[in-house]
Design a protein around this ligand. Sequence first.
Ligand code: A2R
Length: 314
Amino acid sequence: MSDKPEILLTANLLKSCQDALDKHFTVHRWYNAPDKKALLAEVAPRIRGIAASGGGFDAELYDALPNLEVISCFGVGYDGVKVDVCKSKNVRVSNTPDVLTDAMAEITLGLMIALARKIPQTDVYMREGRWGKEGDYPLQAELTGRLIGIVGLGRIGKEVARRAQAFKMRVYYHGRRPQQFEPYPYFADLTEMAKKVDWLVSIVPGGASTSRIINAEVLDALGPEGFFVNVGRGSSVDEAALLAALKSNTIAGAALDVFDNEPNADPEFFGLENVVLSPHQGSATEKTRWMMGDLVVRNLVAHFDGEPLISPVA
Ligand code: A2R
């Protein structure tokens, strides 16, 4: 019998991560177990750790694992895990911050340029042979000299701010409190900031405190020249209000990497010309995903070596 700690793998994490988990632990693959009940009946008392996706977690596991010590989440967002329940059961939780910050900032600026210049739409325009037949594509917006309002000036938000300035944009931000050492003007009121900016970019975590904070009032304040970008969580947006604003051109357009219902995003978005859509690709680069997987493993190894978690959230 191996003396490696036994863990559950509750999501189909990438191969490099699974290989490393196998090296350090006895891994029970819950995510693809043909009979989950039978697996639990066999291994539950021996499970001391979980490697999970931060976005979703099987509720039945909270009470099913009497000797669970730690949940290591893949992703900076961990809104799929009930941290308060974990705390009450003395279960530690970790996530994978920082290692994905650059990739997230890159896709944010990429989506902004794609939306301003309608890059996906112009690509289709060419592929459909319309350039020769119908002439030049209509003129579009640009980022230079425009104002960006960042909702959530955290690790990712700060990197977006730096890159936005490289594009000669001016930065404002909104959060629950001003950050003393950040140079950008702070808005306590999100609607007031939306009124002022040309680009509203949301990079907040999911959860109750950010639920639907981007609502009809905020979108209305952003106005017909304003663009909205969401790379944080779909739950922070009132999608019905966003769809209404896009259809009525109350805002100029939106670039979205996250949705309420993933992976089955509302198909109402698909028919709109003034959107750029991305299937939750924020951190989806080879390098970044490798680093996220590595951090998932290192958090578990640290815990079972009796050391503090590297990136704890609880
Ligand atoms: O509110 P503050 O000052 O704690 O700022 C945080 C902000 N934030 C909020 N802003 C407005 N209303 C809220 N209810 C609210 N709750 C949090 O979001 C902070 O500036 C930012 C989150 O930053 P970090 O914790 O450093 O996270 P990071 O690494 O930037 O990732 C953000 C999110 C992830 O949670 C995933 O959902 C997504 O990006 O990938």
